[in-house]
Design a protein around this ligand. Structure first.
Ligand SMILES: *Cc1c(COP(=O)(O)O)cnc(C)c1O
Length: 355
């Protein structure tokens, strides 16, 4: 069997959830498990995060899967429903919905439902993606309140810049100003705001990336936030080559040796979800020693410089990312973010749940 294995560490999920709890002790935690649990497997992460107060997903099918698996927590559809029939199903399974536009509001006003549905109503505070404008917000809330089909109402927004130097103040102020007359529960914070801006915690925090052990804060390593990698992508060397000065390796000969260089051929490529844009020098660990990739990533293989790891040979263990090589470091070298690499893990990779 091909030695590439992705292990999912449930104890790390539990640890990261505890980190979130400690940081936001007064809030309920809505664990964000969209995109197949950020690539880790929806039901895998639900198991590790079973102590969360709720789960946020994108599609009704994911919420139904969690209900069917026995999770009785609050479940939230982050983009709400797309058609009226979904609203019926959401109501009958006690699944909460985001309402972010006029169409969804009208759908609720016109529906007759088997049970009242809980609504998170979204304000657009600068992301300009989803949500009612601040000026229209109070009116939309009042219309929801007048709907017999609506149970609980939670006021919600999503920050565009909680993770960088700009911070949340303008968005936070806008939200406060336009909700000052309202007494409903509130939900604002993603992972970055949860860790950096306690004044935004309110009733529900919505951490995603931090629960998986990647950093939500640009330039801050996950380990320094006491987060542990949940996904570990491991493989082995399946061949070793020796390059003389002037020899090259891989498609396009993007790396040329300037000294006698030993190259380990790793069973992992872009068809497994490893970024094809990883440049020479991307961190990788072989036999427990940090080294660098060289040459262009191929579909099924990539290359590690093992010149300074004399014990490395065919069969030696390789960490693509995990506890020793932060996924954020691979992402940064490749011009992307940890989120994308985790979500892009290919279906063909064998997944093993640990703990
Ligand atoms: C994805 C998402 C989150 C979680 O964001 P992280 O940066 O992964 O913590 C929270 N809220 C909403 C609305 C989201 O779409």
């Amino acid at each position: 069997m091909r030695p590439l294995v992705c292990s999912i560490h449930l104890d790390a999920l539990r640890h990261n959830l505890a980190v979130a709890r400690r940081a936001a002790p007064q809030s309920r935690i809505m664990a964000v498990v969209k995109a197949n649990g950020y690539g880790h497997g929806l039901l895998n992460v639900a198991r590790g995060l079973a102590a969360a107060d709720g789960f946020a997903v994108l599609g009704l099918n994911e919420a139904l899967m969690l209900r069917a698996a026995g999770y009785s927590q609050t479940l939230l559809l982050l983009e709400g429903v797309f058609i009226a029939d979904e609203l019926q199903q959401a109501a009958s399974q006690h699944i909460s919905v985001v309402v972010h536009n006029e169409q969804q509001l009208q759908m609720l006003e016109q529906a007759s439902l088997p049970a009242p549905v809980s609504v998170f109503i979204k304000m657009n505070t600068g992301m300009n993606r989803l949500g009612f404008t601040p000026a229209r917000y109070a009116d939309a809330v009042a219309r929801l309140q007048a709907c017999p089909t609506v149970g609980g109402i939670t006021l919600m927004t999503h920050f565009a810049t909680a993770d960088d130097d700009q911070g949340v103040e303008p968005a936070w102020t806008l939200f406060q100003q336009h909700t000052s007359q309202l007494t409903h529960a509130r939900s604002l914070a993603n992972s970055a705001a949860l860790l950096r801006y306690p004044h935004t915690h309110a009733d529900w925090v919505r951490p995603g990336i931090m629960l998986y052990g990647a950093s939500p804060v640009t330039g801050t390593p996950a380990a320094s936030l006491d987060l542990q990698a949940v996904m570990q992508l491991h493989s082995e060397l399946i061949a070793v080559q020796t390059l003389q000065p002037g020899d090259s390796v891989g498609y396009g000969q993007r790396f040329t040796a300037t000294r006698t260089t030993h190259i380990g051929i790793v069973a992992c490529g872009y068809a497994d979800g490893y970024p094809r844009h990883a440049p020479n020098g991307t961190p990788i660990a072989v036999s427990g020693t940090l080294t660098r990739t060289v040459g262009r990533v191929s579909m099924d293989m990539l290359f590690a410089d093992i010149t300074d790891i004399p014990q490395a040979d065919i069969g030696s263990p390789v960490e693509l990312w995990g506890a020793q090589v932060p996924v954020d470091a691979v992402a940064e070298a490749s011009g992307t973010v940890g989120y994308e690499l985790l979500c892009a893990l290919a279906p063909r990779v064998h997944v093993k749940v640990v703990g």
